[in-house]
Each structure stands twice: as structure tokens, then as C-alpha cells.
Write a protein that binds this ligand. Structure first.
Ligand code: FAD
Ligand code: NAI
Length: 462
């Protein structure tokens, strides 16, 4: 029997980062992952690398390039004739981007001397005994990082041909004329944007009556208008009553029936606990089926930790990674801290939407006195030069202390710009602090500075 200080089950961003950090700290570490890539070979990186963050961002970039050449370049005086879509090449490139990330993790495992086992890992006779295929590993500590899988509509299985989860949505071999999307959440908006840019007529059917309820209301309202202008048809408050698979897919809701050539179902994800033998060793799950953990990712079993999508909290790769780091450090006897309030969110639509901290509606409902500064990208010089002026930066600060409580950015490169806001909040900066920092001119980051100055009604460029 091989023995390790740490055995990580799951090789997604939570698991592989936890393994790397544990190995850096001098702990003997193994990681087990069952993902099968081309030819059944291991493909480290989990959902994020194989069918999530990475391939979706590759296709978002490619499809945006296609749309820019087709619709955006003429305004810059760049004329292109004979524009053609080579979808097979676009998908091939996406696969290549994924493969280079898979290979990168293999390299990091070798570099850090992490033992890798390909297969399904689960608890054996005790929480310290982990089985993978014929192997039995003895583990002083176990980190469960088994991630999540797409939630299906009741009675409507994914076939990845007509009815697609994120896996199929990233590999449609020809552009569907009519694409339906059930759920106007993050996946629905990102994948809907990809296929709309490539020529599909996209309809998103959302159960909730409000659009993007987790985002700041002002930003969500503006985003809804922009997406509608781009041609994404979004219907809210929809109750799906029937989904019928024929040559096409017909979806009944209310008194309407819609026909689609393909249907993406993106209505959230469920934790992966099957095959772990959780019940066998008494590993507690919560009422929603996630592994129950405390704030420090400890399960009810001594020496067993759980992180990432398989536990409570936002299903985000960087949240999984940070939990992986802090758990490895706790195992090594350190006392790290993770502030869930400063985990940023990004939706990679065009414009991108990013935020950190509280929304205006949250502050109102919590009765917190705040002041807001809003600055539109239409007044930002770099955005004008880019020809990308939709959206705004918004800073919410405490009315008395001026501490920044939330930052919301919708606009070009919002995913990059939000990092400054995260840094500011980690250091408990005031809006005045950010307003006083010298930002390069012309830069998109100046929109954040101007929004911060706007909290005290002293924006310089509006
Ligand atoms: P996972 O990445 O799901 O990895 C878990 C791994 O464990 C998998 O390889 C799985 O096969 C393996 N496994 C499961 N059970 C076992 C077992 N018993 N034995 C061995 N192996 C097992 N998040 C972002 O932050 N940014 C984004 O841009 C983003 N885009 C996304 C786009 C899409 C289309 C999707 C679906 C998700 C996206 N996410 C994004 C979310 C992100 O992918 C997840 O939050 C992240 O992958 C969670 O990491 P994890 O390590 O917890 O789990
Ligand atoms: P989601 O939670 O973002 O959105 C699901 C949507 O489906 C919600 O708006 C919900 O109200 C709706 N819905 C639920 N049941 C429905 C029904 N029966 N009919 C119609 N609508 C219904 O989940 P999504 O988009 O599946 O993504 C899963 C997770 O993956 C996200 O929570 C996110 O954490 C992660 N992700 C992150 C990305 C990023 O960070 N950029 C990109 C893509 C996914």
C-alpha cells in the first residue's frame, strides 16, 4: 500500500492547485482524476479545462474575432472582402488550447513530484484508505475536489446531439439555425453569445422573472438592453412544460411552442459525490447533496477536507483554487484566510460583466448607508479609441467610512479591470484611495478611478 501525506480526489482547478500547494509545502502528495480525454487518455484540469472556462473562452474569443471582422472593422476603415467561417478550424483551435492546458498541468505535477492516478477514487474501509482501480492508497489527509456536473431538466436527458449540456454546446459541428437555451445564467449567456456571433438565431428561456439577479440591478438592466440589441432573444418568467425530441427539439412553455435545431440546457450544476462511498465512511452531505464543510473546508471526518464545486459557495474555478491553497496550507499547519466577499465574478459576454463585493440592491436590503459613483465607458478616452464604449464602472462605498463595499464593471476587459477593485477591497481601501491613485492615460482603468471619484461627486471626465 502506498502512503501519502495528502491524497486529492479530483484533478480540476480545486484539486490540481491543492496538490501543487501541498507538494510545495513538502507534503508527499497524490492526485486521482478520472477524466478521459481523446483516446480515453487522462486529461487533467477537470470541467474548467476540458469543458468549461478554457474552451468557452477560446470560442468566445474566436467568435468575437469573427464578429469584429464582419461588423466592427469597417468603422475603423478596415474593409474585408470574402469573410468566411471555418467552424471546424475554430473547434480544432479550441481543442488545441484545451490540450495545452492539460499538458501544462501534467508538467506541473512532474515538476512538483505529485503522483498521479487515473481512475475513479473513493473511500475504502476507512476515511484514510482511498481506492483507485486495483490500488489502495493510505492517506493522512484527503482533499475531495470532485467538482460538479450539469443539471438536466427532469426527464430530459442530455444526448449531446440535439439536447446539449456545456460539453455539447462547446462542440456543435455546424452553426444551428435556431438555437434554444434553457436558463439565462452564465453558461446560457456565454454560449448563446458564441453561437449568435457565428450566425444562430438564439432564444434564451429563463424561469426567473428578473434577468441576472446576482448582478447589480443597474448593470443587469443595461446588459439586458445591450444583449437584446445584439439579437439575443431573452424570455423571462418562463415555465417549461414539455421538451420533445424529434428531428428538431420542440419546447412548450405557457401557451407557446418553440422549435429549435439544437437546445442547450444550462440550468445550474449538481455536485459530484457518486462513487466516493461517502455513506460507507459516514461523510456528511448537506440537504442539497453538497459535501458539508465548515468555513475552513473541514468535513465531519477528521483529516478529510472538501473544496470547489462539490461544496457550498459560488461554482467558480478561482474559488476552487483558493480553497485548494488554503486547505493545503492548513494541513501543513499554517493559518491562511480566505475572504469569500472578495471573490470576483465575471461573465465573458460582450461587454464583459464583472463584479466584487455587494450589489446596490444587497446594500439596500441590508440597510447599509452607501454612496455610489458611476462612470460610463462612453466618456473614457481609451474606450472611445477602441470603439468599445458600452457599459460603465460603478463603485459603492460606505456613506460614513468611505470603505469600498462593491465594484461593478460592465465594459471592455472588465475581467481584467476587476482585479484592481479586488485588490482595493482586500486592503480595505476607501473610494478616495482609488480616486487618488495615478492611472495611465488613456486607459480603461481610468473609468474605475473616475467612478471612485464619482462617489464624492468629483469625477473629472464627466
Ligand atoms: P471540476 O473542475 O469539476 O473537477 C473535478 C474533477 O474531478 C473532474 O476531472 C472529475 O472528472 C473528477 N472526479 C469527479 N469524481 C471523481 C472521483 N470519484 N475520482 C476521481 N476523479 C473524480 N469558472 C470560472 O471561474 N470562470 C469561468 O470562465 C468559467 N467558465 C465555465 C464555463 C462552463 C461552460 C462551465 C461548465 C463552467 C465554467 N466555470 C467557470 C466553472 C468552473 O469550471 C468550475 O467552478 C470549476 O471547474 C470547479 O473546479 P473543481 O476543481 O471544484 O471541479
Ligand atoms: P447559473 O446558475 O448561472 O444559471 C442557471 C439559470 O437557469 C438561472 O438563471 C436559473 O434561474 C435558470 N433556471 C433554472 N431552472 C430553470 C428551468 N427549469 N427553466 C428555465 N430556467 C431555469 O448556471 P449555469 O449557467 O448552468 O452555470 C453553472 C455554473 O457554472 C454557474 O453557476 C457558474 O458558477 C459557473 N460558470 C461560470 C462562468 C464564469 O465564471 N464566467 C461561466 C459559465 C459557468
Amino acid at each position: 500500500m502506498k502512503s501519502f501525506d495528502v491524497v486529492v480526489i479530483g484533478g480540476g482547478p480545486g484539486g490540481y492547485i491543492a496538490a501543487i500547494r501541498a507538494a510545495q509545502l513538502g507534503l508527499t502528495t497524490a492526485c486521482i482524476d478520472e477524466w478521459k480525454g481523446a483516446g480515453g487518455k487522462p486529461a487533467l484540469g477537470g470541467t474548467c479545462t476540458n469543458v468549461g472556462c478554457i474552451p468557452s473562452k477560446a470560442l468566445l474569443q474566436s467568435s468575437e474575432n469573427f464578429e469584429h471582422v464582419g461588423h466592427g472593422f469597417a468603422e475603423h476603415g478596415v474593409k474585408v472582402k470574402g469573410l468566411e467561417l471555418d467552424l471546424a478550424q475554430m473547434l480544432k483551435r479550441k481543442d488545441k488550447v484545451v490540450k495545452s492546458n492539460n499538458d501544462g498541468i501534467v508538467y506541473l505535477f512532474k515538476k512538483n513530484k505529485i503522483d498521479f492516478f487515473h481512475g475513479r477514487g473513493g473511500f475504502g474501509a476507512s476515511p484514510n484508505e482511498i481506492r483507485v482501480g486495483e490500488e489502495v492508497l493510505n492517506a493522512k489527509n484527503v482533499i475531495v475536489a470532485t467538482g460538479s456536473s450539469p443539471r438536466a431538466l427532469p426527464g430530459v436527458e442530455f444526448d449531446e446531439k440535439l439536447i446539449l449540456s456545456n460539453t455539447g454546446a462547446l462542440a456543435i459541428p455546424e452553426v444551428p439555425r435556431r438555437l434554444g437555451v434553457i436558463g439565462a445564467g452564465v453558461i446560457g449567456l456565454e454560449m448563446g453569445s458564441v453561437w449568435r456571433r457565428l450566425g444562430s438565431e438564439v432564444t434564451l428561456l429563463e424561469a426567473l422573472p428578473t434577468f441576472l439577479g446576482a448582478a447589480d440591478e443597474q448593470i443587469a438592466k443595461e446588459a439586458a438592453k445591450l444583449f437584446a440589441k445584439q439579437g439575443l432573444k431573452i424570455e423571462l418568467g418562463v415555465n417549461i412544460t414539455k421538451v420533445e425530441r424529434k428531428k428538431t427539439v420542440s419546447v412548450q412553455y405557457g401557451d407557446k411552442t418553440a422549435e429549435f435545431d439544437r437546445l442547450i440546457v444550462s440550468i445550474g450544476r449538481v455536485p459530484n459525490t457518486e462513487g466516493l462511498n461517502a455513506a460507507g465512511v459516514g461523510l456528511a452531505l448537506d440537504e442539497r447533496g453538497f459535501i458539508a464543510v465548515d468555513d475552513e473546508c473541514r468535513t465531519n471526518l477528521p483529516g478529510v477536507w472538501a473544496i470547489g464545486d462539490v461544496v457550498r459557495g459560488p461554482m467558480l474555478a478561482h474559488k476552487a483554487e483558493e480553497e485548494g491553497v488554503v486547505v493545503a496550507e492548513r494541513i501543513a499547519g499554517q493559518k491562511p484566510h480566505l475572504d469569500f466577499n472578495t471573490i470576483p465574478w465575471v461573465i465573458y459576454t460582450n461587454p464583459e460583466i464583472a463584479w466584487v463585493g455587494k450589489t446596490e440592491q444587497q446594500l439596500k436590503s441590508e440597510g447599509v448607508q452607501y454612496r455610489a459613483g458611476v462612470f460610463p465607458f462612453s466618456a473614457n478616452a481609451r474606450a472611445r479609441a477602441l470603439g468599445d464604449t458600452a457599459g460603465m464602472a460603478k463603485v459603492l462605498a460606505h456613506a460614513k467610512t468611505d470603505e469600498i463595499l462593491g465594484v461593478h464593471i460592465m465594459g471592455p476587459y472588465a475581467a481584467e479591470l476587476i482585479a484592481e477593485a479586488v485588490l482595493a477591497m482586500e486592503f480595505r481601501a476607501s473610494s478616495e484611495d482609488v480616486g487618488m491613485i495615478c492611472h495611465a492615460h488613456p486607459s480603461l482603468a481610468e473609468a474605475l478611478k473616475d467612478a471612485a471619484l464619482g462617489v464624492d461627486k468629483r469625477s473629472l471626465n464627466i
